[in-house]
Design a protein around this ligand. Sequence first.
Ligand code: HEC
Length: 129
Amino acid sequence: MDRAGGPPRGFGPLEFTTDIAPIFAANNCGGCHSAGGNADTAANAQGGFPSVYDGTALEIWTNLTGDGAMVSCSGTDNYRVCINDPEASTVLTNPLNLNSMHLQFWVSMSDPDAATLYQWIQEGAVFTP
Ligand code: HEC
């Protein structure tokens, strides 16, 4: 069921392809996070993966999680998805912060999109087609 933009239902699991991937399109993340876009540079990507969030659901998930490998974060790690510490995930912290490089998409973790992403990370950040 497609619930992007809607309130989290509070029980899981969420489905990546129908519940999570549409959030990136709905917020136009791909406006900068596309191949060759201004966020897709080595310096801006803050990590070893392409900073591209406008591909297929599987491509978005792979870029977010490093194919599932980089999901346990510690210390100063700047990972997009931290299963062990969801609030530290840069996929949440970047869009929540207003700075010179980034827009503020969501004002708090209770924004529906942020809350839905948070729940998906808590559930293990798995890919579901
Ligand atoms: C106006 C252009 C722009 C848009 C739109 C944008 N970003 Fe970014 N993003 C950037 C830039 C530039 C950086 C690198 C500087 C920084 O980290 O603030 C960045 C960095 C990031 C990072 C950390 C680095 C990385 O690639 O993982 C994440 C995560 C991120 N953005 C997520 C998002 C999400 C999610 C959205 C949509 C809700 C979004 N961005 C929309 C420009 C943008």
